[in-house]
Design a protein around this ligand. Structure first.
Ligand code: NIG
Ligand code: FE
Length: 413
């Protein structure tokens, strides 16, 4: 099956196969072709270029994209999309003056979500999660990472990982699973964190290996949650099972988690709302991707990750949604890129690079998605009639997307 998209006003993010991410000044450059064509064969990008060189051989379908922009699907490298219920009551508590930390200290927060998840059947959890996955696919997400971490018992963590695996089997987009082994300390282990971790790791890691349930391991490295020593313990054990770290660090406090992540060759270090010069130095020269989650800063009213400081230091940056019930109850990547421009001083080009090619790298999917490159998956969005790509981040809250293609297939409404 061959489909030709022609008369494309702008074809964005056109790259050679050897570009795996972009950093520093390069992030301001979003390579594009004006008046372009794009040829899709089955599930892959077969060719693209200027309309002057548009192929004339017969194809099965022609789509006229006059006045429209085509860009790769969003690559959302950090989500907790598998969860049960929501936290609307805590949302009201926050409106009435309680802080996120205060709610967590009262036994709310992650512990509240874990209790609900433990009481939810695997079937119900799957159904709730697939609704969210379908929602974000319609919003342009074409590759996604999903974490466990709301189980807090080995059984419930495995329930989450099995749900992620079922989503992976049943949906066409690329899904990467992360075992979030240390997200919060259950009340019964309050004074025995080590036992909690040992029990979790010894019971879950062998099953992950046997059933191939995850590629990554994660820890919430934060004051009041897990220390750098705890983080080291988890990453060390998970490494022996072939899991790569992608960790939560520096959300509220900088306690050295960035350095630990880099030392373990983490694929990414995520959050970074608080960032010291030592953290920045640790990242320089590494292959670890810094990831910002502006939806979380927006929702909790905490600082935004200092994007300018990171990019101006020559480093790359990824944007992801953090879709979860407690700190970012939205997986809308269109809003995430708008927030990055509006609140983090990222140009539209930087934001789009951060949410496509760099997001793909943060999931180790840069050979498959994240750019318009011959041989990559035909995962892309056709916008409505737009004056320029700037509108994508400028017109926050608007739906600028007309069509979504995943593996070369049009996603129906
Ligand atoms: O990435 N920071 C840790 N985990 C999630 C939020 C967890 C929750 O409140 O449910 C995050 O923000
Ligand atoms: Fe998160």
């Amino acid at each position: 099956m061959k489909t030709l998209f022609k008369n494309i006003k702008q074809l964005l993010q056109v790259r050679d196969a050897n570009v795996d991410f972009v950093g520093g000044k390069e992030m301001k450059v979003l390579p594009k072709i004006e008046a372009a064509y794009l040829l899709v064969e089955d599930d892959r990008i077969a060719a693209f270029g200027s309309m002057d060189s548009c192929p004339t051989d017969s194809v099965d379908k022609v789509v006229d994209a006059s006045e429209k922009i085509i860009l790769p699907s969003w690559c959302d490298s950090h989500t907790h999309l598998v969860y049960a219920g929501n936290r609307e009551e805590e949302f009201k508590d926050r409106i009435n003056g309680l802080s996120y930390e205060e709610i967590a200290k009262k036994g709310g927060g992650i512990l509240n979500s874990a209790k609900t998840l433990q009481e939810t059947s695997v079937e119900d959890l799957y159904n709730q999660s697939k609704t969210r996955l379908e929602e974000v696919m319609r919003l342009g997400t074409g590759a996604i990472e999903i974490k466990s971490g709301y189980g807090l018992t080995p059984e419930a963590e495995l329930k989450m990982l099995h749900v992620i695996e079922r989503l992976r089997q049943e949906y066409p987009l690329q899904i990467r699973a992360t075992f979030l082994a240390a997200h919060a300390i259950p009340t019964e282990y309050k004074n025995n964190k080590t036992e909690f971790l040992e029990n979790m790791l010894s019971k879950v890691l062998p099953v992950i290996e046997a059933e191939n349930l995850a590629s990554y391991v994660d820890v919430f490295c934060e004051e009041g949650y897990f220390s750098t020593e705890d983080t080291t313990r988890v990453l060390k054990q998970a490494k022996t099972y072939g899991l790569t770290p992608k960790i939560h660090v520096n959300q509220f406090n900088a306690i050295g988690g960035v350095g630990v992540g880099v030392a373990f060759n983490a694929r990414s270090v995520d959050h970074l709302e608080i960032l010291t010069d030592a953290d920045l130095d640790a990242l320089k020269g590494s292959r670890t991707m810094p990831v910002a989650l502006p939806g979380c800063s927006f929702f909790l009213g905490i600082p935004y990750t200092p994007a300018r400081k990171i990019i101006d230091a020559g480093l790359p940056l990824t944007l992801a949604s953090d879709y979860n019930p407690g700190s970012a109850p939205s997986g809308n990547m269109n809003f995430v890129v708008s927030l990055a421009s509006i609140k983090m001083e990222m140009t539209p080009e930087e934001a789009i690079n951060a949410a496509t090619i760099n997001g793909a790298y943060a999931m180790n999917l840069e050979q498959e998605v994240g750019s318009i490159t011959v041989g990559k998956k035909a995962n892309f969005m056709v916008t409505k009639k737009l004056s320029s790509p700037t509108v994508i981040t400028y017109a926050f809250g608007s739906n600028n997307i007309e069509q979504i293609y995943i593996n070369g297939n049009l996603l129906d409404d």
